[in-house]
Design a protein around this ligand. Structure first.
Ligand code: PHE
Length: 345
């Protein structure tokens, strides 16, 4: 019997030794010390022994039980320590730095332009990119068959021929006026579309910001004052501005707005032996937007009385402003999603 007991003990200790985790140790406890376990069974078998044998057997079996218990407890303690250590976080390790995202230069420029006008009391309004011919053209006094429609040619949606992608943000002028009463000052940022062949200065999609101010005595001088503040805020205090007569069907009179060249300061002369400035081509001025007094026909189209209200409107291309501001050579860079370019802003 002694030998049999010794064998059980040796086996048990070997098994405990090779058990790696808490679960297998728990299983061994049940196997040996559980209600139907091997050691428990030995105690039960003692009933079959003679009275002379019982005391010695009792002592031996008890010793085995204690050895196995001690071994199990020791191993369990070690296993739970190891598991805890696995979950512990070393707060002294350096952190994993995520690459911070940046706001796209076009969005930055939109935000910058809008905030200048918001500080002047303008409200930001948006409109749909899918438009009807009515709002993109007719409401703005651009009649079908009129040559000026060519300048605002766009993509038509195949399904109906009635819908198109807006070619400028001006349709939002008409949409807003139909739903609101003057006086108001609004600014309208958004994407516009034109079927231009893509090159360094053309994209079939770009961004515009439209401005519209309507009230009972809005004058051309108000337009001049607002745009001058805008030009100086965006391009610096020394920036000068000029109007050049132009034509838009929805404004009358209409004017193109130029600012003094931000590269040569309006001198027109180039640097390092170049006779002409590379940005303005020697003219000293660069065009930044179109503008004018709202055409009375547009007021009529939206149900306003042109005898009672006046207003001005302007529209600028955001990419063009960003290109000038940051000295960028190619409009396509904005849309190629190359982070090496985008990270610089
Ligand atoms: N919508 C014109 C364009 O896209 C710009 C403009 C807006 C001109 C408002 C005058 C008034 O070219």
């Amino acid at each position: 019997m002694r030998e049999e007991l010794k064998k059980i003990e040796t086996e048990a200790l070997a098994e405990i030794n090779s058990a790696g985790d808490k679960t297998s140790l728990e299983a061994l406890r049940i196997k040996y010390l559980g209600r139907k376990g091997i050691v428990t069974d030995l105690f039960k078998k003692m009933a079959l022994l003679s009275a002379a044998e019982k005391p010695e057997a009792g002592v031996l079996i008890n010793a085995i039980k204690n050895t196995i218990t001690a071994s199990l407890d020791g191993k369990l303690g070690a296993a739970s320590q190891a598991e805890e250590a696995k979950d512990r976080i070393d707060v002294t390790l350096p952190g994993v730095a995520g690459a911070p995202g940046k706001i796209h230069p076009i969005t930055q420029t939109v935000n910058e332009i809008c905030s200048v006008f918001v500080s002047l009391g303008f409200k930001i309004v948006e409109g749909p990119e899918i438009e009807t011919e009515h709002y993109n053209f007719e409401a703005l006094n651009i009649p079908l068959e009129h040559p000026s429609r060519d300048a605002f040619d766009t993509f038509y949606l195949k399904s109906t021929e009635k819908y198109l992608l807006r070619s400028h943000t001006s349709p939002v002028q008409a949409r807003f006026m139909e739903k609101n009463k003057p006086p108001f000052s609004i600014i309208v940022p958004g994407r516009v579309y034109r079927p231009d062949a893509t090159d360094a200065s053309h994209s079939f999609m770009f961004h515009q910001i439209e401005g519209l101010v309507v009230g009972d005595s809005i004058k051309f001088s108000d337009l001049k004052g607002v745009l001058e503040i805008f030009a100086k805020q965006l391009f610096g205090k020394s920036t000068r501005m000029r109007f050049r007569p132009s034509f838009f069907p929805f404004t009358e009179p209409s004017a193109e707005v130029d600012i003094s060249c931000i590269l040569c300061g309006g001198q027109g002369s180039g640097t390092k032996g170049h006779s002409r400035c590379s940005l303005c081509g020697g003219k000293g001025w660069i065009e930044i937007l179109g503008s004018g007094m709202v055409n009375p026909k547009v007021f009529k189209n939206v149900g306003y009385d042109p005898e009672k209200v006046t207003g001005f409107a302007f529209g600028m291309g955001v990419e063009r402003i960003a290109i000038l501001k940051y000295g960028i050579s190619d409009i396509r860079l904005f849309f190629e999603n190359d982070v090496r370019f985008l990270r610089q802003f």
